[in-house]
Design a protein around this ligand. Structure first.
Ligand SMILES: Cc1ncc(COP(=O)(O)O)c(C=O)c1O
Ligand SMILES: Nc1c(O)cccc1C(=O)C[C@H](N)C(=O)O
Length: 428
């Protein structure tokens, strides 16, 4: 594939598409011919394979009723474990360290309920001030359940520039009062990729447990959770993994913690062979399955079966290589074509420090996003001033990136955005 320097022409973009060895996957997706989708970092597109496995599971329900739990191509009773096995290569874990269950936020609650054990002066939870709000709400409520005041017990590491969190600042905040650390792998606004391995080693050197929210990295960035010795992690499957809106999420628990009692127990956390004994004595599974609570959301995980097959075929290293290449192409084009128009690239430039989306800042961002939508480009807006654009390795073309930047240029030159109010929609 042609490396930098990039040339500024549509022909060059098309040449990059011709050289793209992952290009064949695009045809597997329902891509709207009328518009350009740049929001796969928030909700990934539907693929034909994901649709097929969803319909297969619906058909099992239609034809087998309750017997679908043990029969059919994808017996529901083992689906969370089957999907864990398919997810394992994406996060660098063994299959029994993962379980597909719940939502990101409920999984975070489960993991904090399990791993947050305040003792003596070690009572605080460390997070950061730029993290996704749901995580903060969960941490605040978990502290309150223990009778602690979040204002005192939740430490949020400050950002020096409002975009990124310096690893040094996180490490400096790892005091002997900290019991647990929860951080994002990739920050949802700036797209900064934290140094997970380094932060984990530093936390462990101070006797602190550490868990990561992988929503914005899993499916876009390779992980080595077990090798890095991360204690636990959780992520959604509806962004880069294309499992559909509200699709079932995942969690990871390092095998060294197998045997810990789940903070929030429920019968689907049971050993499979014991579950239907219906005893009131809980016998948890001996692996990450123990952290399930109730009946798995079968229809909300069925698309993931087909979707993960594609990740296995493409390989996460190749997907990352394309993601880095196509995002640097976009950044380069933006700098070339939109110079002097008030835009700032908000994501880190270094490949080792950025995830799968481009963070574009502008003081008119909310209405520029509305204008992009009117021009059939789908971005998203994050307050106060961010346009997120995600050229996704499985289905975005270089030609679409070229076209996006050209339409954005026209919006700015012609001041098309001025007819909109600079405020966000209800769902931005
Ligand atoms: C980083 C991050 N954490 C948590 C969430 C919350 O996920 P959910 O609403 O699926 O629990 C999201 C997305 O909405 C997210 O991006
Ligand atoms: N979970 C979402 C939803 O229910 C509606 C709209 C968007 C979302 C998202 O996932 C937003 C996403 N987590 C973000 O990075 O902002």
């Amino acid at each position: 594939m042609s490396r930098e320097p990039f040339y500024y022409s549509q022909e060059f973009a098309r040449q990059l598409d011709n050289e793209d060895e992952l290009a064949r996957f695009r045809d597997e997706f329902y891509v709207n011919a009328e518009s350009i989708y740049m929001d796969g970092n928030s909700l990934g597109l539907l693929s034909r394979r994901a649709e097929r496995t969803l319909l297969k599971v619906v058909d099992a329900w239609k034809t087998q009723g309750i017997d679908g739990w043990l029969q059919g191509q994808y017996p529901w009773f083992y689906l969370s474990e089957k999907l864990a096995a398919l997810s394992a290569p994406l996060v660098g874990a063994s299959e029994d360290e993962i379980i597909v269950t719940g939502s990101t936020t409920t999984n975070l609650h489960q993991l904090v309920a399990t791993f947050y054990k305040p003792e003596g002066k070690k009572t605080k939870i460390l997070a950061d001030e730029l993290t996704f709000p749901s995580d903060i709400y969960a941490l605040q409520s978990q502290l309150q359940l223990h009778g602690y005041e979040p204002a005192e017990h939740l430490i949020q590491v400050k950002s020096r520039d409002g975009r990124i969190i310096a690893e040094e600042d996180i490490i400096a905040a790892m005091t002997d009062e900290v019991a647990l650390i929860i951080l994002p792998t990739v920050l949802y606004r700036s797209g900064q990729l934290l140094d997970i391995e380094r932060l984990t080693a530093e936390a462990h050197a101070r006797g602190i447990l550490i868990g990561f929210d992988g929503c914005h990295s899993v499916g876009a960035v390779p992980h080595h959770l077990s090798q890095w010795d991360v204690d636990f992690a959780f992520w959604c499957n509806y962004k880069y993994l294309n499992n559909g809106p509200g699709g079932t999420a995942s969690l990871y628990v390092n095998r060294k913690h197998f045997g810990r009692s789940p903070g929030l127990a429920g019968w689907f956390g049971s050993r499979k062979d014991k579950q239907f004994d219906m005893e009131h004595q809980f016998v948890p599974a001996e692996h990450a399955g123990a952290f399930q609570i109730g009946t798995p959301h079968i229809l909300s995980m069925a698309p993931l079966i087909g979707s993960l097959e594609m990740f296995a075929e493409a390989g996460i290293e190749k997907l990352r290589a394309k993601s880095l290449h196509i995002t640097s192409y976009m950044i380069d084009l933006i700098e070339q074509e939109l110079a002097g128009m008030g835009f700032t690239i908000g994501n880190p430039r270094d490949d080792l420090r950025r995830g799968g989306h481009v963070c574009l800042e502008h003081e008119e961002a909310a209405r520029i996003c509305k204008s992009l939508k009117e021009n059939k480009i789908v971005p998203d807006f994050r307050a106060p001033n961010i346009i997120r654009l995600a050229p996704v390795a499985l289905y975005t073309t270089y030609d679409e990136v070229w076209e996006t930047v050209q339409r954005l240029k026209a919006i700015m030159v012609e001041k098309q955005y001025e007819k909109f109010e600079n405020t966000r929609d209800v769902v931005a």
